[in-house]
Design a binder for this molecule. Sequence first.
Ligand SMILES: C[S@@+](CC[C@H](N)C(=O)[O-])C[C@H]1O[C@@H](n2cnc3c(N)ncnc32)[C@H](O)[C@@H]1O
Length: 187
Amino acid sequence: MRANVQTPPLRILEIGAGDGKFMLTVARMMARRWPDVEIVMVDRIGLIGKDLCDSFAEFGWRAQPVTADIFDWAGDRPFDLVCANLILHHFDDTRLLELFSRIMTMAPVLVATEPLRAKVPLVATRFLRLIGACAVTLNDATQSVRAGFRGTELSQLWQLSGGTPVIEARKGLFTQGFVGASMPGTR
Ligand SMILES: C[S@@+](CC[C@H](N)C(=O)[O-])C[C@H]1O[C@@H](n2cnc3c(N)ncnc32)[C@H](O)[C@@H]1O
């Protein structure tokens, strides 16, 4: 986000926000640079409570959790940025094309981090057992890596949806990072 979002965003949408803790970490890291943010966190399961929203307020960010399916929900105003962490791999290519088209109507930029589909992450899931992960977590981790991305897969889908890929690259051992612009020159 530091490298690819030049103008401090005022409104951010996070899709598949889960319990919101990931975005809270992002807020902690970015708040000095991006001091005035309204963050809307959509997830089909409502896990985000008042305590977490109050934690965002400590950084000057105003958090608004929304319980909805991202395919059914359309905000009433545009956003400056859409963030996705570990949600895109839940969908097949047809659904991703649909989702990307929706995102492009909502904001000029998508920043996404997803599982890297590669040997090292797949082997690494086996070691989760050593830190006490249960069978469900182990299975989830393996399936997530298998459903992950590599190369320019996200870029190709983004382009097919009418957008302009900005960057797609492996980040560390386990992550595929992607930035896409909705229109040429918008980021
Ligand atoms: C692996 S979790 C990641 C949560 C969070 N982004 C994080 O990094 O901690 C994926 C989340 O996507 C949500 N999700 C999956 N499909 C969704 C949909 N169609 N609409 C909204 N949320 C969805 C799930 O409920 C889940 O909370």
